[in-house]
Design a protein around this ligand. Structure first.
Ligand code: SF4
Length: 504
């Protein structure tokens, strides 16, 4: 009799319960999912590796299009899985749970736990309570009790980590549901943030991304308007931290002291994500975004003056209610002038609960689609032209795991350049192979709008072995995984198991 065939109650006692967290949504959600995983592991659950978890947690997003359909579609599939899996529990958390509350339990009564964005730390207790009481648990708090970063975390990457500096937002953009779901901005104390970064670095990370809905208004809660720039400089002092990034700033509150801190702190990377949303001042007003296109372009000029090689990316919404062809032409004009390295472009669609949802002059889908395609074509051209300028340049790439789909077929590995561009680089025959977290020096040989191709200048790939690479080795050893390559030679190590890559 195998373990899987024994009585479920017995199996429960003999093996820890397994979990899986599925994340729908933004980087904030991905980071929250790390906290959820950490809380579950601290409570004794282990991550499922066989796709048949005892606990499935869905961390939802209410910002993205079709969030409801995606959630209820997934829950439909899980209902089926639950019928065949004794003791299985399903939990739904995050923004959509905060918004829909008991609607989720009405529509999907097989869900065991619904929790909001303010009480992620209660998940293990709620699961236990649901199991013990034999009934679904719903707990949604209207405000934050514990700052999420104080919860344990299970990081997805050994070389880089995310650190929340604030949650919530004091702005009221008319298309956005975040303020009503995540509440007013709450800032974490600088000392706590720096201590968390230091802990990540001690754990092997060499890159951190500071996270907040509106990072540069950081400090508003404790009355220091210059707090974000100071935080960047203080993080820049942390020994061993090589790459600092942040997302997302807001153009209205983006002050020159932050540009100075970026330019004067070598470990702050030459990259900026600055959401434009629209190039039309009339639309920006309707969106309740308090900057205008001229101010936006002025910020980019000042950033480039101080950090000439900065790669600037953005978010743009096409087809906001009332957008005319003239407004859209303004967006195209600003995009042309801004020379973004890349852009996340969205077709406006109604988000129930936002002020824009009930605005008159919602545009027909066909009009939005046609404008969207024109914008994409323009941005693709600009992204390609900007990337092209890098051909022949030397770059340093922080090697990643799992970026780039062709890596297994070709002798290519992937990672991120300092400006955050995705880079696929060649590993020459006979050369040592870097570990995720190591840094390689290569030269850009080809550029496309979405990634760069690079190769070493000589026959061997110059690799800087980092603490992050060592941490990756340790993590692999701890998880009993088979290391794919011996540390110094890059040769495949065979332990009698099938390898993923051909031996080198
Ligand atoms: S700044 Fe605007 S878009 Fe960003 S989270 Fe706040 S309200 Fe939403």
């Amino acid at each position: 009799m195998t373990l899987l065939e024994v009585d479920p109650a017995l199996r429960e006692e003999s093996a820890p319960r397994t979990y899986e967290v599925r994340t729908f949504g933004c980087q904030m959600n991905v980071h929250d999912s790390e906290r959820l995983s950490g809380s579950l592991e601290a409570a004794g659950y282990v991550r499922s590796t066989d796709g048949d978890a005892d606990i499935v947690v869905i961390n939802t997003c209410a910002v993205r299009e079709n969030a409801d359909n995606k959630l209820y579609g997934t829950l439909g599939h899980l209902a089926d899985a639950k019928r065949h899996h004794a003791g299985m529990q399903i939990a739904v958390g995050g923004c959509l749970a905060q918004k829909d509350k008991n609607v989720i339990l009405e529509k999907a009564p097989w869900v065991d736990v619904v929790f909001g964005t303010h009480n992620m730390g209660s998940l293990p207790t709620l699961l236990e309570r649901a199991r013990h009481n034999g009934e679904a648990q719903l707990e949604i708090l209207e405000s934050l009790e514990v700052f999420p970063s104080t919860l344990p975390s299970r990081r997805e990457s050994t070389h880089s980590g995310w650190v929340s500096i604030s949650v919530g937002c004091n702005n009221t953009c008319t298309f956005c549901i975040v303020p009503s779901l995540r509440g007013k901005e709450k800032d974490r104390r600088p000392g706590d943030i720096l201590a968390e970064i230091e802990a990540l670095v001690a754990d092997g990370a060499i890159e951190v991304t500071l996270l907040g809905q509106n990072v540069n208004s950081y400090g508003v809660e404790f009355g220091d308007r210059l707090a974000f720039g100071k935080l960047l400089r203080a993080a820049g002092q942390i020994e061993g931290l090589e790459r600092i990034r942040f997302t997302s700033p807001h153009p209205a509150a983006f002050t020159d002291d932050v540009i100075d801190a970026m330019a004067e702190t070598p470990s702050v990377m030459p990259q900026l994500h600055m959401p434009l949303q629209s190039g039309s001042d009339r639309m920006l007003k309707a969106m309740r975004r308090s900057y205008r296109s001229e101010r936006f372009l002025g910020i980019l000029d000042r950033v480039r003056e101080r950090i000439p090689h900065a790669a600037i990316s953005t978010d743009i919404i096409v087809g906001f209610p009332g957008e005319t062809e003239e407004d859209f032409a303004d967006t195209l004009r600003v995009v042309e002038q801004a020379r973004f390295a890349s852009a996340f472009t969205f077709q406006y669609s109604i988000r129930p609960g936002t002020p824009a949802a009930t605005m008159p002059d919602q545009l027909p889908k066909a009009v939005v689609q046609e404008r969207y395609e024109r914008l994409i074509a323009l941005q693709e051209r600009i992204s390609g032209e900007e990337a092209q300028k890098l051909v022949g340049s030397p770059i340093e790439v922080l090697v990643a795991t799992g970026e780039g789909r062709r890596d297994e077929e070709t002798r290519r590995m992937s990672g991120r350049a300092e400006d955050n561009r995705l880079v696929h680089f060649d590993v020459p025959e006979g050369s040592a192979v870097p570990r995720p977290g190591d840094v390689v020096s290569v030269v850009v040989t080809r550029a496309t709008p979405h990634f760069l191709i690079a190769a070493p200048e000589g026959a061997a790939l110059p690799i800087r072995r980092t603490r992050a690479g060592d941490a990756w080795d340790r993590a692999e050893a701890e998880s009993c995984a088979v290391p794919t390559h011996a540390p110094t030679t890059g040769r495949a190590v065979h332990l009698g198991l099938p390898g993923l890559r051909p031996p080198v």
